[in-house]
Write a protein that binds this ligand. Sequence first.
Ligand code: MG
Length: 383
Amino acid sequence: MTECVSILGSTGSIGTQALEVCSKLNIRVAAITANRSIDLLEEQIRRFKPRLAVAGTKEYADKLRAAVKDTDTIISYGMDGLMEAAVIKEADTVLTSVVGMIGLRPTLAAISARKNIALANKETLVAGGDLVMSSAAESGVRIYPVDSEHSAIFQCLQGCHDKKMLKRLILTASGGPFFGKTYEQLKNVTVEEALNHPNWSMGAKITVDSASMMNKGLEIIEARWLFDVSADNIDVVVHRESIVHSMIEYVDNSVIAQMGVPDMKIPIQYALTYPDRTACDVGVLDLTKACSLSFYEPDYETFRCLGACKAALKRGGTAPVLVNGANEEAVSMFLNGKISFTDIGEIVETVTQNIKVDTADTLDNILAADLAAREYAKQYIKQ
Ligand code: MG
């Protein structure tokens, strides 16, 4: 069980819920980081008294330093600050809930400093899966999934003492706000419609990813690395109610599912208390009130990101880095009104045909591929 944590991305949806869990379980907080939300960061400094707090830029850090000069918290900023927070001495676990590829370097640094990782930053594993998992094995640290689907699989696997008995992983997907729509119907959807998720309240990037089903594609790649299961043995089913958080199937065709109300506090807490469980401040699942649980085949024609991610995973090397980088850039362009919703899928689907796929065994190769993919996405709107 975690005694002291460093939280990278403490002001986002996962970060704020993680702090609530820490408060309830008396887990100390050594460091917190944010990009721009320095007012909330100040509140968190006063409440949790971390030794270090990190803001996105020097300007934000200066403002924050002035605001909290009556406290003992040291203020730092940028990637250097994130790296300091990742290796801070007191923490035994680093919870990474930053959004995007920016989490990769701090995660690798935390692993080298022998911290266990509570991973809520899926892009890190999508881009650097091989590197992250092999460094974790080398340093003898554990990666605990925070993503609800991967936490579900991790929980289902607790009774599995031999990987040979495992047949496949079944990730559930809510289907997002555009379930049942055709590709044509998605061409003119607005940012507001894409941000209107039926079951989960999350940040903007992941909410758009859920609407395009890119999120599930990224989760397939994340699952491949977390559980060492090949792409062919990871399936997706659309499950509208978000009660079954994911499943595993054994060789005897027995299926184990993890269920619960859709509340991220459960997976966050399990990542911090593993192997123990403690009472959690979430609703009780009443299946008689849930009425019915429905399951559907995903629509790969409409949600092109899903197939593109699976193809990238099979292709290997930097192909997953490319689909992820292209998507990060495309989502930001979509949120800024520069491209349409379906352009996201077009960009993600075509990036691996236009940018050379390299090996993904060094950080340099990964960062170069990420940059090339973002450039490709930016060029796409100029065409
Ligand atoms: Mg998820």
